[in-house]
Design a protein around this ligand. Sequence first.
Ligand SMILES: N=CN[C@@H](CCC(=O)O)C(=O)O
Ligand SMILES: [Zn+2]
Length: 377
Amino acid sequence: MPDPRASAEASGTRRATPDGGPASGGRVAWVGLAAGAPAADRVIDVDGRAVVPSFVDSHTHLAFAGDRASEFTARMAGAPYDGGGIASTVAATRGSSAEALRARLAAFVAEARAQGTGTIEIKSGYGLTVVDEVRLLQLAREVTSETTFLGAHVVPTEYAGRADDYVDLVTGSMLAECAPHARWIDVFCEPGSPHAFDGDQARAVLVAGRRAGLGLRVHAGQLGPGPGVRLGVELGAAAVDHCTHLTDADLDALAGSDTVATLLPGVEFSTRSPYPDARALLDAGVRVALATDCNPGTSFTSSMPLCIALAVREMHMTPAEALWAATAGGALALRRDDVGHLGVGAHADLTVLEAPSHEHLAYRPGVPLARTMALVT
Ligand SMILES: N=CN[C@@H](CCC(=O)O)C(=O)O
Ligand SMILES: [Zn+2]
C-alpha cells in the first residue's frame, strides 16, 4: 500500500472524472518525501493533511427511482430482509423518465465524489425488461466505464413462478441487448430468498455473460450460506460480494483464487445483520475490498468513509487494512491497476483528508474529512 502520508505530484492538467479516467491525461509522475521532490509547474501545499488514493467503490446500484425509507423503518422494528422490496424499486424505476433517472444518478455520483470516491461501479437491475435494463446501463455509462448488467437481480413479478423462463430471457435477448453497454455481469445468487436465483440459475447467467465477453461478479452469501462464492471462484469471477455468510469451503476456495471478496458493511448496518468475518478472510490471505453497495433497500449510503469506519469498528480490520480494501482492493475487484493507488503511472486521483493521517477516517466517524481533489492549473 502506498504510504498515505507521502506527497504526490501529478503531471499535466486534469480534472478528475467519476470513473477514474483523466480529463486530460494526468498521471502520477513521482512519489516520495517532499524534500526530494523534483521541480514542478505548480506546487500545492496540503499543510500536513494526509493524501490518499481516491476510493474505488466497486459495488453500487445508483440507477433507480423511488424510496424505501418505510422498509428501513420496519426492519429497525424487526422485519427481516429477503429481497422482496426490490420489486417496488423496479416499479418506480420503470415509471420514471430518463431525465429524472439521469438527474438522480448525477446527484448520487456527486455525493460520492464529495466523500472521496474517484472510481465507481454502477449496476443495472431495477429495470428487469430488455428496454429498461438497456436504459439503466446507458445512463450508467454516461458517468462510468464500470457498468454491470444485473438483469438477474430478482425474478420480476410478471415472471412469478417462472424463474427459469426469466433466466432464459436474461441469458438470451436481454443479454444480447445489454452486453454492449456493460463491462460486467452480476447475479444475486441466494437460494434462501424466494426472489433471487439458485446455483444452477446463477451458473447459467454467468456462463452466458462470459460467452458474451463480460467479466463476472456475484452477489453471494448475503442472507445465508449458498453456492455463490464457490461458483464465482470456479468461473473466475473478479469478485464475490457480500460474503456475510461463509463456509470453510468458501474460505478455502477464495484463499486459493484471484477472486476478491467484497465486503459491504453498510448492508449489515442498515439491515441490522451480523457483519462478515473479515479477519478470517484476511488471515486466510484472501484479497478483500470494501464498497458501499449504495442502493435504496439495504444500504442507502454513498459514503466510503462510513464503510471504512464500520470495517474497523465492527469487522476488526486495522485502519490501514480498511483503507487498502477501499482503494487498492476495490481496484482489484474491478481488475484495474491504474486506480486505487498512487504509484507512478496511476491516474492522479487524489483524496485529501482534513486530517493528519488515514486513521482519522475511522477515528472520526461521520465527519466529512475526505475530498476528491481536482488538479487544475
Ligand atoms: N442483494 C441484492 N441487491 C442489493 C439490494 C437491493 C435492494 O434491496 O433494492 C444488495 O446488494 O444488497
Ligand atoms: Zn448489491
